[in-house]
Ligand binder design. Structure first.
Ligand code: NAD
Length: 503
């Protein structure tokens, strides 16, 4: 890969459409900012409908071209494996690009990128394992079977918090199935997806199989999701945007996979080692400065251990080392966007106005080396009530409200009293209780005595306003392929043409 942080710094990044690196037709570019100092560090193409049309046309052409369509599953698997090797070789650089773009810790992005090659290998292995079924029918001289087929062009829209990790599972599955893809990354973090495009070329994918258009959501993004040439939309982002996209998609009858926001309950019972549970709660809300969809932002603690738990949690939060995300010692970097910083601040103000009490953090740190960046202290609220607005809305920042509980039934009701249903965590040694919680809680992923552990072989995806459809595991192969039923009559007999042939 030719890209490095130096080569991106101050550059104008073109887009990958039909195997060519192209300028936006309008000639416009948009700035991408470094969250550690608030300064622009490169420009990405500000695409509009004309660029999106070209990208979808290129993906459609690639979908029907013999180079891709007639490629065997085994060959597709081999190509995806080649891509996996290239991603492995360039993983550190991709991680650095993402850290520079979204301010998340370098070591977090490195781990995310280390997982990407395995994800590609996993789905490469599935390319020749997606098959239909033979279904017996009530006619002995009939063969009735299904085919699993690719669906066409998939439009993928990703957010800024983990651009490549959130792309990889669905993308790898789409390639294994034989679909083609147009990706629109977040306008705040275009660089790593563009760099990935270079690796597709190097791996030898036919032109147009993987296309990247960059730009704002309400122009490039909207043009993509309104495009009638798409077979399916894979969207990861906020619930608000997801709702809008689903409405556009509905008018074209285009199905969607929706990976949306969350407000996940994180539960601690008194029978666990408090330090271990505190560590889990810290991982759930302060890792990535709380900018994860699965953030455990509503914490419920059994009343008998509440005081002890809070003392330890506050101590841990106050000890968190805030600093530059490239620095190995740093535990909490900036939030990715200035608007996000203002949003976090405004929700903290709301929490205070609603009557909750800040017991840790609550401000932008005033240290000289941080003042230009978009940093916010790890923040804990005591005295929170579940119906307070900051406990119901997704903040997407390092802010947690803690509520004591004393009864398991009351706890389940509180945990489920949310519009969202993405994830949930519970810390207890009582396996019966843990299993009851797992059964009762409305969440697509439930963690027992762990939190924020992810695996590409697991189906992840939320319920309620957290979306629908799954990313990861075999589920995603079903989501992005279609089933065709084929019926063969080998009886040689003539049938009454005026009667349906019930099988
Ligand atoms: P966002 O909804 O603002 O933007 C996401 C993407 O959608 C961006 O690429 C943006 O340009 C695009 N977009 C915006 N408006 C659009 C429109 N009208 N039409 C088409 N595209 C449009 O979200 P964000 O702020 O980038 O990301 C944070 C959100 O993502 C949080 O809500 C978080 O919970 C969610 N998220 C969910 C998951 C998951 O797996 N469930 C994972 C990560 C993030």
């Amino acid at each position: 890969m030719d890209r490095s942080l130096d080569s991106i710094e101050g550059s104008r990044q073109t887009m990958l459409i039909g195997g060519e690196w192209v300028e936006p037709k309008s000639g416009r570019y948009l700035p991408s900012y470094d969250p550690t100092n608030g300064q622009p560090w490169y420009e990405a193409a500000d695409a509009d409908a004309a660029d999106v049309d070209a990208a979808v046309a290129a993906a459609q052409k690639a979908f029907t071209s013999p180079d891709w369509r007639r490629m065997t599953q085994t060959q597709r698997g081999k190509l995806i494996r080649r891509l996996a090797e290239l991603v492995a070789r360039n993983g550190d650089m991709l991680a650095r690009i993402e850290t520079r773009d979204n301010g998340k810790l370098l070591r977090e992005m490195q781990v995310q990128l280390q997982g990407a090659p395995d994800t590609y290998h996993y789905f490469a292995g599935m390319a020749d394992k997606l098959h239909g079924d033979t279904i017996p029918v009530n006619k002995l001289d009939m063969l009735n079977f299904t085919l699993r087929e690719p669906i066409g062009v998939v439009g993928m829209i990703t957010p800024w918090n983990s651009p490549l990790m959130l792309l990889t599972g669905t993308l790898a599955a789409c390639l294994a199935i034989g679909n083609t893809v147009v990706v629109k990354p977040s306008e705040h973090t275009s660089a790593s997806t563009l760099a990935l495009g270079e690796l597709f070329e190097e791996a030898g994918f036919p032109p147009g199989v993987f296309n990247v258009v960059t730009g704002y959501g309400n122009t490039a993004g909207e043009a993509l999701v309104r495009h009638p040439g798409l077979a399916k939309i894979a969207f990861t982002g906020s619930t608000q945007t997801g709702r809008r996209i689903a409405a556009h998609a509905a008018s074209n009858l285009v199905p969607c996979q929706m990976e949306l926001g969350g407000k996940s309950p994180h539960v601690v019972f008194s029978d666990v080692d408090v330090d271990r549970a505190v560590n889990g709660v810290v991982a759930g809300i302060f890792a990535a400065a709380g900018q994860t969809c699965i953030a455990g932002s509503r914490c419920f603690v059994e009343a008998s251990v509440y005081d002890q738990f809070m003392d330890r949690l506050i101590q841990r939060a106050n000890e968190i080392r805030i600093g530059h995300p490239m620095d190995e010692e740093t535990q909490l970097g900036p939030v990715a966007l200035h608007a996000q910083l203002e949003k976090v601040e405004s929700y903290v103000g709301m929490g205070v106005a609603e009557g909750a009490t800040i017991v840790a953090g609550g401000h932008r740190p005033q240290r000289e080396d941080l003042i230009q960046g978009w940093y916010f202290e790890p923040t804990i609220f005591a005295g929170a009530k579940n119906n307070m607005r900051f406990m119901q809305d997704e903040i997407f920042g390092p802010v947690v409200g803690v509520i004591p509980f004393s009864d398991e039934k009351e706890l389940i009701a509180l945990a489920n009293d949310t519009r969202y249903g993405l994830a949930a965590g519970i810390w207890t040694k009582d396996i019966d209780r843990a299993m009851r919680f797992a059964r009762e809680v409305d969440a697509g992923t439930v963690w027992i005595n762990t939190y924020r552990s992810a695996a590409y072989m697991s189906p992840s995806g939320g319920f309620k306003e957290s979306g629908y459809g799954k990313r990861g595991g075999f589920e995603v192969m079903r989501e992005f392929s279609r089933v065709k039923n084929v019926v063969v009559d080998y009886s040689g007999a003539n049938q009454d043409p005026f009667v349906i042939r019930l099988r």
